[in-house]
Design a binder for this molecule. Structure first.
Ligand code: SAH
Length: 395
């Protein structure tokens, strides 16, 4: 079987020859008139020579590449990719780990599935397509995941309705595709328990990407006063409590998030009188902090979702970091993050540098943090590096 063909303008194959997985619409010389969004396409140079196979999407990224070999994209093709993804999680010690049964199983381009996110919650798999092409592999994915995971698979939930391009008009709704139709799943992360609601929770239910950074926080919290801002389901707070913090304050503007935090704290600690939650805007909270903290976590949502709002986003990072640095105890530790893809390591460090200078404190970078192994970055697709963090000591 051959696929409809897209021909590139002369010279536009350069980045593909370096295995970059995206083709921008401006690089295309010709495409079939009747092509439908999500269709598998063959990509060729002007001289007709083969480059690879991908899928078509309406928008500025017109094709996302799936292979640079001339092969059939049959069930065996997808199965080999999934098994490769599982193999990485096994190498990283996540697969079959009795202490941690929540991780990302497929991380888009990093795992060779551009546009697809799949998270694993103690047997419940959440499938989230961000493109039509990936949504169209849903049935084959379901077949494969059932075969590969066998009895370990408890449920599959499709949560793509709000992440697919709205213009695609697929009129899909989120639904369980397989197994127990259970919204709440109790998972373990380094032995700490979290109750995750895959249906009502943000993203796929949990911010899986902060696992290693939450664990690292433990090291700095014993006997300390800890503030966890943008806490969502309380991940960093649970690890601070686990470490034996003197007090832990969790802040989020969403009442739903605060309820989740309280629930997760109770799930892990019988005595939780040293934990307190605040439903508040972090910007205002940092202006009138009820305590002077030894340890502060700043893990905001992406302040810059697009390049055109980059400058504003950077300003947002500078503002919260300045407030935190200004008011911390001497010798305190700040965990500060950006999950904006368009904010580079350099931008983020510069924003934090200006924050420190404005606060007029002596600040040391003691660790540099990033996304964990189950959020791999294809070396050919540096855009996949989105999570950046710094651990600072403020004197
Ligand atoms: N640190 C969390 C993930 C944070 S997600 C974890 O480890 O799981 C970002 C959170 O910031 C969301 O829960 C969102 O409700 C909250 N948020 C966004 N803007 C906010 C603001 N201005 N003030 C307080 N919380 C905010």
């Amino acid at each position: 079987m051959s696929y409809p063909t897209i021909v590139l303008k002369k010279g536009k194959e350069k980045s593909l020859e370096r295995f970059h997985p995206w083709i921008f619409s401006g690089a295309i010389k010709s495409l079939p008139e009747d092509i439908e969004e999500g269709s598998i396409v063959e990509v060729r140079k002007v001289d007709g020579s083969f480059i690879g196979i991908g899928y078509y999407q309406i928008g500025s990224i017109a094709v996302r590449m799936l292979t640079f070999q001339n092969e059939q994209l049959d069930k065996a093709f997808w199965q080999a990719k999934l098994e490769e993804a599982i193999e990485l999680r096994r190498t990283a010690g996540l697969w079959g780990n009795p202490e941690t049964n929540v991780f990302r199983l497929i991380h888009g381009e990093g795992d060779g599935f551009p546009g697809l996110i799949v998270d694993y919650y103690a047997g419940c798999v959440v499938f989230q397509a961000h493109t039509v092409g990936m949504y169209l592999i849903k049935d084959v994915f379901l077949d494969i995941i059932k075969e590969v995971l066998g009895f370990e698979l408890k449920a599959v939930y499709d949560k793509s309705a709000h992440t697919l391009p709205y213009k695609a008009e697929l009129s899909t709704s989120d639904a369980f595709l397989y197994g127990e139709e259970k919204e709440e799943w109790e998972v373990l992360e380094y032995g700490c328990k979290f109750n995750i609601n895959v249906v009502t929770g943000q993203k796929t239910g949990f911010f899986v990407d902060q696992r290693e950074n939450r664990k690292l926080l433990e090291k700095y919290c014993k006997g300390k006063k800890v503030l966890n801002t943008f806490c969502y389901s309380g991940g960093f707070s649970v690890f601070a409590m686990q470490a034996g913090a003197e007090l832990v304050h969790s802040v989020d503007s969403s009442q739903l998030a605060i309820d989740l935090t309280d629930e997760n704290i109770k799930l892990n600690f019988k005595d939780h009188s040293n934990h307190k939650s605040f439903t508040a805007d972090v910007f205002s909270f940092l202006n009138e902090m009820p305590e002077q903290y030894d340890v502060i976590v700043l893990d905001p949502p992406a302040f810059a979702k697009h390049r055109r709002v980059l400058a504003n986003g950077i300003k947002g990072y500078r503002t919260i970091n300045e407030k935190a640095i200004r008011n911390m105890k001497s010798g305190g530790v700040l965990f500060t993050f950006s999950c904006s893809q368009v904010v580079t390591q350099e931008h983020f460090r510069t924003a934090v540098f200006s924050a420190a200078a404005r606060a007029g404190r002596k600040v040391q970078i003691i660790q540099q943090l990033h996304q964990p192994e189950d959020h791999p970055i294809s070396i050919y697709h540096p855009e996949g590096e989105y999570l950046k963090g710094l651990v600072l000591r403020v004197i």
